[in-house]
Design a protein around this ligand. Structure first.
Ligand code: SF4
Length: 474
């Protein structure tokens, strides 16, 4: 019996999906990419924008039509807003928060669905029904009076599930769940709850195991990673956590790159930057979401940082880790954003010289504070601002990339390029790199590349046979 899982949204969902798969496969189901052959179909939903929500409705309508001909079970979990949750309860068989993942096998059993594993252990009876032969289930799932915010204990149980890592060389390690910042455009504090830090001993153990297994890229995940530990007096701080991981890298003589995402500018202490500068295993790439380059817009966004605070962090980064690349997130067309305020964001790109920016056009989300405000910037203006900012980014990052031509860099090969004869990878600073090679055996390996071409958002080059040549950590 097979299962199909659609994972939408960010790396946090991707990381959660590794634990969801472990639980489902623990019940004896096997994965499939073909939803037509699956008996169990699920979605990990994302509430950041309307598009992923539309995808969830699209899939469940297709799946529910199939129920006339085929016995299938459907579920949804992940980031679900209270309003969507109420609607999902009418459409899916199971709706549960990620924190209740451990109960999923019991939920199935309770509602008369026997997993493949159970079937191998017990004779089939009318009480012990197989998927493929179960009672048609119309409306089941959890129907709390009010959507429930997960408790600390629930989250700790989720983290205790041993994940089925989807890659043999890149892994995500959750270190924290939820957020206390309440940015006005964001619903995360309402979907995932308040900040909860995972015990540091567990994090270090998971990172150690990944390093010993030869993982090359490890990303510490959370909505607000650098406020790690602030919710629990007995825990260490984020800078101390990085220090411990840095020391681990030295002890194990580990060559991997350890990243983290996403931090908040308000909590970006000098100690964090010092730790990254000190330890080779901590990747020299900083992702620091600015969201807007205008102080008034930042106040309206309730970001709790201003341009000066951001400037201070960037100055520390440039002083202590001059080779670090700098990435950011920006929202254009936020409610009330004037042309002048947008131009301040453009100016901030000249000032901070970002290597990459994930620019999104503002769209209101139910549940977020700004949903109640007028979405008054026309879509055409948002598109125009997105384009102008993307052009600015290409100009700045293109200039940086051009200076790399002729230099030699270390690259982690990640996949085959669409264009035949090329592989794709990334430098330590996450600069996308196209490599002239057909050798798919290099996927998951570090290679040395001489840069021959550069464009706005990527670099390209050729493999260096003699890897002892001095390489740049970029
Ligand atoms: S810091 Fe703001 S944008 Fe990030 S998860 Fe928290 S509320 Fe959302």
């Amino acid at each position: 019996m097979k299962y199909f899982l659609l994972v939408l949204g960010c790396q946090m969902n991707l990381s959660d999906s590794e634990r969801v798969k472990a639980v489902i496969e623990g019940m004896g189901f096997t994965p499939t990419d073909n939803e037509n052959e699956a008996s169990l179909l699920g979605v990990l939903s994302c509430s950041v924008r309307q598009k992923p929500i539309d995808k969830v409705y699209n899939r469940i309508h297709v799946w529910n039509k199939k129920k006339n001909k085929q016995n299938i079970i459907t579920f949804v979990s992940g980031c679900v807003l209270p309003d969507d949750r109420d609607k999902f309860l009418k459409l899916f068989d199971f709706v549960f928060p990620m924190s209740e993942l451990n109960d999923f096998p019991n939920m199935l059993k309770e509602y008369g669905v026997a997993s493949p594993l159970l079937l191998n252990q017990e004779p089939v009876t009318s009480e012990n029904l197989a998927v493929g032969n179960f009672k048609p289930i119309t409306k089941i799932g959890l129907k709390p009076e009010k959507p429930r915010i997960p408790s600390n204990q629930d989250i700790f149980q989720l983290w205790n599930v041993k994940p089925n890592y989807q890659s043999e060389f890149e892994a995500y390690v959750p270190i924290q769940n939820g957020c206390d910042k309440f940015c006005s455009f964001c619903a995360v504090p309402y979907t995932r709850g308040r900040e909860v830090s995972r015990p540091s001993a567990e994090i270090i153990q998971e990172v150690k195991e990944l390093m010993l297994q030869g993982y090359k890229s490890i990303t510490l995940l959370g909505q607000n990673v650098n406020s790690y530990g602030l919710d629990r007096k007995e825990e260490i701080s984020f800078a101390e956590l990085l220090t411990k991981i840095g020391e681990l890298g030295i002890t194990l003589q580990n060559p991997s790159w350890v990243y983290y995402t996403s931090p908040h500018p308000r909590d970006m202490s000098r100690n964090v930057i010092e730790a990254i500068a000190k330890y080779p295993v901590l990747a020299k790439q900083i992702h620091l979401p600015l969201q807007s380059g205008d102080d008034q817009v930042l106040v309206k966004m309730n970001r709790k940082h201003n341009l000066d605070r951001y400037r201070e962090s960037v100055a520390h980064i440039r002083e202590l880790i001059p080779q670090a690349t700098l990435f950011t997130d920006i929202i254009v067309g936020f409610t009330g954003e004037t042309e002048e305020q947008f131009l301040n964001t453009v100016k901030s790109f000249d000032e901070f010289q970002f290597n990459m920016a994930y620019v999104a056009m503002y769209s209101p989300r139910p549940g977020a504070q700004s949903y109640r405000w007028e979405n008054d910037i026309p879509q055409t203006t948002k598109k125009d601002r997105l384009q102008r900012l993307s052009d600015k980014l290409e100009e700045i990052s293109g200039h940086y990339n051009q200076q790399l031509i002729g230099k030699t860099v270390k690259v982690l090969v990640r996949t085959k390029e669409r264009k035949t004869g090329y592989l794709s990878g990334a430098t330590e600073g996450k600069l996308v790199t196209r490599i002239l090679s057909k050798d798919i055996g290099l996927i998951g390996q570090f290679v040395t590349v001489t840069i021959t071409h550069a464009s706005g958002l990527s670099i390209a080059g050729e493999l260096v046979a003699n890897t002892s040549k001095k390489t740049l950590a970029l």
